[in-house]
Design a protein around this ligand. Sequence first.
Ligand code: SAH
Ligand code: SF4
Length: 401
Amino acid sequence: MKPNLLGLSRDKMKALFFELGEKPFRAQQVMQWIHQRGVLDLNDMTDISKVLRGKLEQLVEIKAPNVVADYPSEDGSHKWVIEVASGSRVEMVFIPEGSRGTLCVSSQAGCSLDCGFCATGKQGWNSNLTVAEIAGQVWLARAQIDGFNGAAQRRISNVVMMGMGEPLMNFEPVMDAVSLMMDDWAYGLSKRKVTISTSGVVPAIRRMKEYTDASLAVSLHAPNDELRSRIMPINKKYPIADLIDAVKEYMASLKDKRVPVIEYTVIKGVNDHRQHARELAELLRTLPCKINLIPFNPFSLSDYRRPSDSVIRNFRVILQRAGFTVTVRTTRADDIGAACGQLVGDVEDLTRRQERYARRAEAMQNEVPEYYGQSGIERAQILASTGKAATSADDTLVLGS
Ligand code: SAH
Ligand code: SF4
């Protein structure tokens, strides 16, 4: 397969031109044509000689991801569905805030990590996106929102790797894509405005400092290992203490003073108790950070609920009184299924998780017909009365909460 120039980082682009016996400034010219002027046709790159264009034509391609659907939200947000090489469809979302806005980018088709509260996790994993497919989302959004006319005031001011997938499970392509987002020859975003969000793949967090100085967000969602392991299976492998250590190490490697964002999806009856807030404040005492509370966004395969506004307010106040800066993420774009954790696209599951969920649902329906159509608590009671052990992260959670 020919390399796609849209996905070559500065170093790789320079290496390509070096191989061709060309000067490094050619790399700069081509990158600026692609990422800053939006040009994907070599013939339109008028300051590149015809001979070189001809050579490149043979060796490479320049291709943006294919948009197969787009959905505007009533609140001004916008979701695009793009088709990737594996045939899966993934989603990216633009969320405007005043004259600026945040682009939420996907890194995988599906996700293998199976957090109990996440729609992407429920669909299993199909494939990792390539650098061109990840950076290409920024290219597409520029094309759709800002245009490539060198507008002084661009609307895409922030990029967050918070779409579908776990960025650190697709490590190198994500690192290259992020480097393009921050490269002055490409999208030129500030390192403070490009954020990698992770559920806590500890060895990958430890490797990050060799590749990037982007900002970091950590999906914590629970103040102790017992609860976190129940809603986030990855915690069994990389418990909280190791995670916090790795985060501290990464933050210490940055040259400027920055703090990580700790994300905490607040789920009714699961992790929203005042005691959880106090425990969280204690846990984070030695980690300078900002806390972002995300009210749980419901989706059809989940029995979890969103807590009331007053519960979230109380949770926030406890953390604020303990000295933390706390924001509550406003729910955006849920009319188009584009709020945090709702992104699903169209993914053929290679981990067979969807199949397992369907099989389990069928078995339960045969054995315990009254189980279905009940609330989480009622389901737990039925399971308890039939002596059935919990069979999923969801069930365990309900039984234990
Ligand atoms: N895999 C990465 C990034 C994608 S998820 C991660 O887990 O950090 C982006 C954020 O949305 C994460 O903090 C995630 O935990 C949160 N999230 C997932 N499902 C959610 C839901 N249903 N409601 C609210 N937030 C959710
Ligand atoms: Fe994957 Fe993140 Fe969803 Fe967990 S929250 S399943 S890591 S996308």
